[in-house]
Design a protein around this ligand. Structure first.
Ligand code: C5P
Length: 302
C-alpha cells in the first residue's frame, strides 16, 4: 500500500501568545505543494514495526519509535485495538526539519496506508483526530489543498483558492527546531515589549486566493515566525533579500524555517528564479513546485 503525501508552505502564519499547554493559538493558512514523500506499508516478517528511509534526505530521519510515521501506525493500531506490526518504507523528497511539514506528511501517509493495509476503514473524522494527536500539521497533510488552521493549527477549514501558484523553495544547510523557533518568537516579543495580538485571518489574503491573483497573494504573505527563524539562522535574511531582488512576487520563511519560499509569476519564472538563487550562492539548493496539491493519496495497492 503506497501513499503519496505533499509538503506545505504557510501563506499566513499568525502566532498568538503562548498557551498554558505550551502551544500557541494560530491562524495558519496551509497550502500543499507538489513536493511529495511516499510511504509504503506492507506486512512485516516479524510481529513488529520497522521503518526504512530512502531518498534524498534519508540520513537525517530517525528510524526508531521517534519517527512520526511509526508513531502514527502505533496510534492507529491502539485505536483499533490491534497489533501495530507493519513494515514502513519512506521515500523522502520533502526537506527534513525545513518548515515544510515533511515529518507530519509521513505521519499522515502512514495513517492512510496502515488503515488500508489493516482493512480498518477508519472514518475520516477519526483519522483527522488521530492525526491531530500526533502533531499540529498532520491533519492538513491528510486534507491537502489550501486550508485555514486554527487552534494549534489542527482545526481546519478548506479555503476556496482559484488558480495555480508556482513556488521556488531555497533549502538551507541544516534544519531548525520548531519548539526553539516558537520560543525565540516569544523571547523577541518580550524583549521588544510587543505583545502578541490574537491571530486573525487575513482578509486581503483570502481575497487574493479567491480571485487567483498571484501578485496580490505575493504582497499578503506573512509569517510571524520569520523574525525568530532569521535570528536563529542569520543567512536567511540574505536569501530572502536575494529572492525579492530577483523578482519574486513574495518571499517568506516557510513555517519555522529554515526553508525560504518564493512566489513566482509562472512556471517559467519559477525556473529562472531558481537558477538565479543558485547562482547567487544564498542557499544549499533550490526546488520548484506548484500548488495547491492534493492531500495523502493512495497511489498503489500492491
Ligand atoms: O504539534 P507539533 O508536535 O508539530 O509541534 C511541535 C512544537 O512546535 C510544539 O512542541 C511547540 O513547541 C510548537 N508549536 C506551538 N504552537 C503550535 C504548534 C507548534 O508552540 N500551534
Amino acid at each position: 500500500m503506497t501513499v503519496r503525501v505533499p509538503a506545505k508552505v504557510n501563506l499566513q502564519l499568525s502566532v498568538g501568545p503562548p498557551r498554558d499547554d505550551g502551544y500557541h493559538d494560530l491562524v495558519n493558512v496551509f497550502h500543499a505543494v507538489s513536493l511529495f514523500d511516499e510511504v509504503t506499508a506492507s506486512r512485516p516478517e516479524k510481529d513488529e514495526i520497522t521503518v526504512e528511509v530512502g531518498g534524498g534526505f534519508a540520513g537525517q530521519v530517525p528510524v526508531d519509535g521517534e519517527n512520526l510515521a511509526a508513531r502514527a501506525a502505533v496510534a492507529l493500531a491502539a485505536r483499533a485495538g490491534r497489533s501495530p506490526a507493519v513494515r514502513l518504507r519512506i521515500h523522502k523528497t520533502i526537506p527534513v526539519a525545513g518548515g515544510m511539514a515533511g515529518g507530519s506528511a509521513d505521519a499522515a501517509a502512514a495513517l492512510v496506508a496502515c488503515d488500508r493495509l489493516w482493512g480498518l476503514g477508519t472514518p475520516r473524522e477519526e483519522l483527522m483526530e488521530i492525526a491531530a494527536g500526533i502533531g499540529s500539521d498532520v491533519p492538513f497533510a491528510l486534507l491537502g489543498g489550501t486550508a485555514v488552521g486554527t487552534g494549534r493549527g489542527e482545526n481546519l477549514t478548506p479555503v476556496p483558492a482559484a488558480g495555480r501558484y508556482h513556488w521556488v523553495f531555497a533549502l538551507a544547510e541544516g534544519g531548525l527546531s520548531t519548539p526553539k523557533v516558537y520560543a525565540e518568537c516569544d523571547r523577541i516579543r518580550e524583549a521588544t515589549g510587543e505583545p502578541a495580538a490574537w491571530p486573525e485571518r487575513s482578509e486581503p489574503l483570502m481575497a487574493a486566493l479567491a480571485a487567483g491573483d498571484v501578485k496580490a497573494l505575493g504582497a499578503t504573505l506573512v509569517n510571524d515566525l520569520q523574525p525568530a527563524a532569521v535570528m536563529l539562522c542569520r543567512p536567511l535574511a540574505r536569501t530572502l533579500a536575494a529572492g525579492r531582488e530577483r523578482g519574486a512576487l513574495g518571499a517568506l520563511v516557510s513555517g519555522s524555517g529554515p526553508t525560504c519560499a518564493f512566489l513566482a509569476e509562472s512556471a517559467a519564472h519559477a525556473d529562472d528564479l531558481s537558477v538565479a538563487l543558485n547562482l547567487a550562492g544564498v542557499c544549499r539548493t533550490t526546488v520548484t513546485a506548484d500548488g495547491p496539491a492534493p492531500g495523502a493519496t493512495v497511489t498503489s495497492e500492491e
